[in-house]
Design a binder for this molecule. Structure first.
Ligand SMILES: *Cc1c(COP(=O)(O)O)cnc(C)c1O
Length: 365
C-alpha cells in the first residue's frame, strides 16, 4: 500500500498531555488520522495520513440512517525497554473482516489493516504514554457513505484509524464493579449482529445501561435474548466465572462477541493450571454458585480494562456479593500476567506480542 502522508503545520501539532497519569479513556486524540475510501467498482483507494479533521457528510449519508458501520479496538503499549508492543493485532484484523462480512461491507486486506496502524503510529509515536497501565488506544472503523436512502448495502465506504492516549483503567485501584442483571432488555440474539463489532450493538445496550445506573450498578449483565436465562456478556466485555480450579465462560453461540481477551484468558488459564469450560451457564447456576461460595470470583474481559473484577450481581433486586466484594487472587493473577506480557516484562510463550517497527513514510509527491 502506498500511503500519502500530508505534512502538518506547526500550528496543527498539539502539545502532548502533561501527565500520563491523568489521561482518561479516549477523551484526547492524536494529531493525525489514516483514511482510505472504497468504491465497489474501483476497490480501496487513496490511503492517506493527514490531520485528524471532521468528515464532510451529506445529510443523506447512509450510515447516519441505517447504521452500516463496524469498528475495532486495540492498544499499543510502551514496553519497559521503551519499545512499543501490540497485543495480537492480527486477530483484530481478522475480526474486523468477519464483522465486515456480516454487515455486507468490503473487507480490508489484513496486511493493509496492520500497515495503516503501523504507519500512523510511526508518525504519532510520541503519543504512546510510558507509564505501566497506560497505552495508545487504536480505533479502526469503517462506515457506509452512499447518499441515496434506499435500504441496501452501500457501494461506497470510508475506512479510518484514529488514536487516543489512554490512562490506567482503574486510576483509584483495581475495584470490583456491580452488575445489574436485566430480565427484559436484550443486547443481541442468535442470527442477529451480536458477533459483529458494530455500533448498533452499543446503541441497543444504552437503555439497560441507564437502568443499571439507576439501581447503583455500573454495568449490565446480559442474558440470552430468547429465554433471558443463560449468561452472555457483561457491558461490552466477555465474562468469566471462577470455580475452584475451573474457569467457565459462555460458549460462543452467535450472539456473543468473540473477544480476543476472552480467548487469551482461556489460553492463559490453561497455562496457569486451570481447567477451562466454554458452555452454557444459566443465571440460576450463577446465583446459586455465588451464594454457596462455589463461584469464587467473577470477572469481565476486554481490551479496554483487560480484566474487570465483579463484586456484586443484582438480580431480581437482590444483591449477590462475590468474594466479599473484594478483588480475587485469580482475577489479579490473570490481570498481572496479561499486563506483564503487554509491557514486555516477561517472555511471551504464546507469540501474542507483535513488536512495532517504524514504517517508512514520505510526503505527498
Ligand atoms: C470488543 C468487545 C468485547 C471484548 O473484545 P476484546 O477483543 O477482548 O477487546 C466484548 N464484548 C463486546 C460486545 C465487544 O464489543
Amino acid at each position: 500500500m502506498k500511503i500519502a502522508v500530508f505534512p502538518l503545520d506547526d500550528s496543527e501539532i498539539k502539545p502532548l498531555y502533561s501527565d500520563p497519569n491523568k489521561l482518561r479513556f479516549c477523551e484526547l486524540f492524536t494529531d493525525r488520522m489514516f483514511t482510505m475510501v472504497y468504491n465497489s467498482s474501483t476497490g480501496w483507494q487513496n490511503p492517506e495520513i493527514k490531520k485528524n479533521s471532521p468528515f464532510q457528510l451529506t445529510p443523506s449519508t447512509i450510515v447516519l440512517h441505517y447504521g452500516q458501520e463496524i469498528f475495532e479496538g486495540l492498544k499499543a503499549f510502551r514496553a519497559c525497554d521503551g519499545s512499543i508492543n501490540f497485543f495480537r493485532p492480527e486477530e483484530n484484523a481478522k475480526r474486523f473482516n468477519r464483522s465486515a462480512k456480516r454487515m455486507c461491507m468490503p473487507t480490508v486486506p489484513e496486511e493493509d489493516f496492520l500497515e495503516s496502524i503501523e504507519t500512523l503510529i510511526s508518525l504519532e509515536e510520541r503519543w504512546v504514554p510510558n507509564v505501566r497501565g497506560t497505552s495508545l488506544y487504536i480505533r479502526p472503523f469503517m462506515f457506509a457513505t452512499d447518499t441515496k436512502l434506499g435500504v441496501r448495502a452501500s457501494s461506497n465506504y470510508i475506512f479510518c484509524v484514529i488514536l487516543s492516549p489512554v490512562g490506567q483503567y482503574y486510576p483509584e485501584g483495581f475495584n470490583p464493579i456491580s452488575l445489574f442483571v436485566t430480565e427484559n432488555l436484550t443486547r443481541a440474539v442468535k442470527g442477529g449482529i451480536g458477533e459483529a463489532k458494530t455500533g448498533a450493538n452499543y446503541a441497543a445496550s444504552l437503555l439497560a445501561g441507564q437502568e443499571a445506573l439507576k439501581v447503583g450498578c455500573s454495568q449490565v449483565l446480559w442474558l440470552d435474548g430468547l429465554h433471558h436465562r443463560f449468561v452472555e456478556e457483561v457491558g461490552a466485555m466477555n465474562i468469566f466465572f471462577v470455580y475452584k480450579d475451573v474457569l467457565v465462560t459462555p460458549r460462543l453461540n452467535g450472539s456473543i462477541l468473540p473477544g480476543i481477551t476472552r480467548d487469551s484468558v482461556l489460553t492463559l488459564g490453561k497455562h496457569l493450571g486451570f481447567k477451562t469450560e466454554e458452555r452454557e451457564i444459566s443465571i440460576d447456576e450463577v446465583v446459586k454458585g455465588i451464594n454457596s461460595g462455589e463461584i469464587m470470583e467473577v470477572f469481565g474481559s476486554g481490551t479496554a480494562a483487560s480484566i474487570s473484577p465483579v463484586g456484586n450481581l443484582k438480580y431480581k433486586y437482590t444483591d449477590n456479593i462475590i468474594n466479599n466484594g473484594k478483588v480475587g487472587t485469580i482475577s489479579l493473577k490473570l490481570y498481572n500476567f496479561l499486563l506483564s506480557l503487554q509491557y514486555g516484562e516477561i517472555e511471551d510463550p504464546f507469540g501474542w506480542i507483535r513488536k512495532f517497527k517504524s514504517k517508512e513514510f514520505s510526503g505527498v509527491a
